[in-house]
Design a protein around this ligand. Structure first.
Ligand code: T1G
Length: 655
């Protein structure tokens, strides 16, 4: 068995007359220039060497190929380009088998599609997620995948960027075999058996015919979900092209489209988000800090938030102990948690065994002594400072000295809550977003005295929950609500200056927000912000601009959608512009002698983005946020900011 090295990242061994080529480009075997060059050299060797009857491509570690090297985007292209390597594989004179030892994504799947056979381990995740980066597959995915699975299925997978299990890929005929053990041996056997047969070249296959109805349905669904993004619609166009165009023409059109999208603002924004998500939750100086072991999670309060957090923890494999004030409340809490799990079973997201396993790890009681063995306690009780400080004082006497105490408060000062305990260093903030078992975003609040290993433990916990943790310092509203307050304040200034709520909402929805600000305001209810404004009134700066319109709405009982009236009215639940509100706004302007101006949609969006970006700059200057991209992630994942615009800091810097 001789070994050869073809580049820094590509080597091979000759085993049983088969050249087993391994890509070893940590961390994800991305198809860098060195990998592409190494593959071409390996193929040259295999072609010339008569002792080689076939070739296997595989990856080192638990990834086959994680895709093209995104870090190369925006840099001058280096030959051989990926399409050249892929064409060489498909046209190769000897069998080339993909031994998919793990994640096979984007360009990685495009390499596999050009191989003459595809064997995968059951754990492999397989897909063309390019649209999530604002692009389309650029190396044959839109032309070869439909040749294996048909147009409708290819539209669904590519326009959603959906990643499937190896088992589903096998059912779809993306791969030929699932191999539980000895993947390479199986691939060698497959390659040798193919050596004497005509090679199955994917690009030469006809696209299996689908019914127009199935295609139309897939197209409609893809375009509905695209919501203003270009890549999904282009993916649909290219996949459909495969059925009516020769491979080379289809590949050329795909490449033209890929290059145009790759250099677009939308793709730049989504690449920013991709790398931002991987930078989030990394805290300088914590690299070598070991998190504490967390196995049992205590929840104080199993209401809306507490039950969502409990389900998130159960889903992540933790034991969960919920505590309520009475047995009756505890039973209600257990019912609420069970209800969420039952809904997951009904929707097919969870099987009954999974539900039963989760319930077997759940206890909900009325006696806080049950917390004695908990490693982490999260309080999700009423957002009142006295309630929370008294609770943490009581917990001091119940839990171990090394038990972490986390507060889920949205607006209170966690430093004050921490100061109420004998061990403030063990207190951290975990600000979940509702519903806590669904929303990925989790603001991890680093209080003044939080110990480094407690912060590291909170981040490890967040990651095991599958959350997107963003670390922040202590300020009212942390990152998200503080930016949202600035955004809402500026919008109310604009209403007083002459824009109407529905004009502002229309501009925001045209920009890409799923809902405009005032529609969201009505949905959340106006009373909470009103109560806070009344609480802050005695200490408000009299010189600061203050808009009374929202107060006037509340004084008129217009508390939002639940009340049937807020910034809009809701006859039959339909959000409707209300002349009464317009009159109230005009009266408030007249009281201040404001002559209303009109605003274009672009002026509205520019002014609101600036308000968010300015507040973000303040958060950075105060050290509350560690990096601008964290602020973008919070607004995208917690407040509906369109991801294909990159977030307020990214977008604000580019207008
Ligand atoms: N290129 C460059 N770097 C990448 C990368 C990629 N494709 N994928 C991941 N990384 C980096 C990432 O930034 C992080 O860096 C580290 O690897 C670990 O990532 C031609 C044009 C493969 C499932 O969209 O889905 O192919 O923070 O934390 O959780 O048509 O990474 O350590 O410095 O995510 O184990 C299409 C993207 C590309 C897949 C592994 N491919 N990657 O998850 O690790 S476009 C994708 C992932 C394309 C073709 C087109 C995941 C993963 P750092 P990680 P993980």
């Amino acid at each position: 068995m001789s070994a050869s090295r073809f580049s820094d990242t590509v080597s091979a061994t000759l085993t049983d007359d088969v050249l087993v080529v391994t890509i070893d480009n940590p961390p994800v075997n991305a198809l860098s220039a060195d990998v592409r060059a190494g593959l071409m050299t390996a193929l040259d060797r295999a072609e010339k060497d008569n002792a080689v009857v076939a070739v296997i491509l595989t990856g080192a570690g638990n990834t086959f190929i994680g895709g093209a090297d995104i870090k190369e985007f925006g840099k001058p292209p280096v030959e051989p380009l990926l399409p050249q390597v892929i064409a060489r594989i498909e046209d190769f004179s000897k069998p080339v088998v993909a031994a998919m030892n793990g994640a096979t994504l984007g360009g990685g799947l495009e390499v596999a599609l050009a191989c003459h056979k595809r064997d995968a381990v059951p754990s492999a995740k397989i897909g063309l997620p390019e649209v999530k980066l604002g692009i389309v597959p650029g190396a044959g995915g839109t032309q070869r995948l439909p040749r294996l699975i048909g147009t409708a299925a290819a539209i669904e997978l590519i326009s959603n960027g959906r990643v499937v299990s190896a088992s589903e890929a096998n059912k779809l005929s993306i791969i030929d075999s699932l191999v539980e053990n000895s993947l390479i041996a199986a691939a060698i056997a497959a390659a040798k058996s193919a050596a004497d047969l005509p090679l199955r070249r994917t690009g030469k296959l006809p696209v299996p015919s689908d019914s127009e109805e199935a295609i139309d349905k897939a197209v409609a669904e893809a375009l509905r979900k695209a919501r203003g993004q270009h890549a999904p619609a282009e993916a649909v166009r290219l996949v459909r092209l495969a059925a009516t165009t020769l491979l080379d023409e289809g590949l050329a059109e795909e490449r033209r489209t890929f290059v145009a999208l790759r250099d677009s603002e939308e793709a730049a924004a989504l690449r920013h988000v991709f790398f931002a998500e991987r930078a989030a939750g990394k805290v300088e100086g914590l690299e070598k800090v070991a998190p504490r072991k967390i196995e049992t999670v205590g929840l104080v309060g199993t209401g809306l938030m507490g039950s969502g957090i409990a389900v998130a923890a159960l889903n992540a494999g933790y034991r969960v102990v919920g505590i309520e004030q009475t047995r009756e409340a505890a039973d209600k809490g257990r019912e609420r948690i069970t209800g969420i799990l039952d809904k997951a079973v009904q929707s097919g997201r969870l099987d009954t065994a999974g539900r039963d396993d989760r319930l077997s790890r759940l206890a909900v009681a009325a006696d806080a002594q049950e917390f004695a063995q908990a490693d982490l306690i999260i309080e999700a009780v009423f957002d009142d400072l006295t309630v929370k400080t008294e609770l943490f004082q009581r917990l001091d006497g119940i839990v171990r000295a090394d038990t972490i105490l986390a507060t889920n408060t949205s607006y209170l000062d966690p430093n004050i809550i921490a100061a109420a305990t004998a061990h403030p260093e063990r207190v951290v903030g975990l600000h979940f977003f509702s519903p806590a078992n669904i929303m990925r975003l989790l603001e991890v609040v680093n209080c003044h005295k939080t110990a480094p290993d407690v912060l590291a433990s909170a981040l490890a916990f967040a990651k095991r929950l599958g959350k997107l943790p963003v670390v922040c310092g202590v300020t009212e509203g942390f990152i998200g609500n503080r930016i949202f307050s600035a955004y809402r304040r500026e919008a109310e200034f604009m209403v007083e200056d002459g824009a109407l709520p529905h004009e502002i909402d229309a501009a925001l929805e045209a920009y890409g927000f799923p809902m405009g600000l005032f529609a969201v305001y009505d949905m959340a209810g106006l009373e909470i912000a009103w109560a806070r404004r009344k609480r802050q009134a005695p200490t408000r700066d009299p010189a600061a601009r203050y808009v009374v319109i929202a107060d006037r709405l509340c004084e008129a009982g217009r508390f939002g959608q639940k009340a049937g009236r807020g910034w809009y009215s809701y006859p039959d639940g339909q959000r409707t512009v209300d002349p009464e509100v317009t009159a109230l706004i005009e009266a408030a302007r007249a009281e201040k002698g404001i002559a209303p101006k009109s605003f274009t949609a672009d002026e509205i969006v520019t002014r609101l983005l600036k308000a968010m970006a300015d507040e973000g700059e303040a958060l950075l200057a105060e050290g509350i946020a560690a990096r601008a991209s964290d602020i973008d992630l919070v607004m995208i994942n917690g407040y509906g900011f369109p991801p294909h615009k990159g977030g307020p800091m990214f977008a604000g810097g580019r207008r």
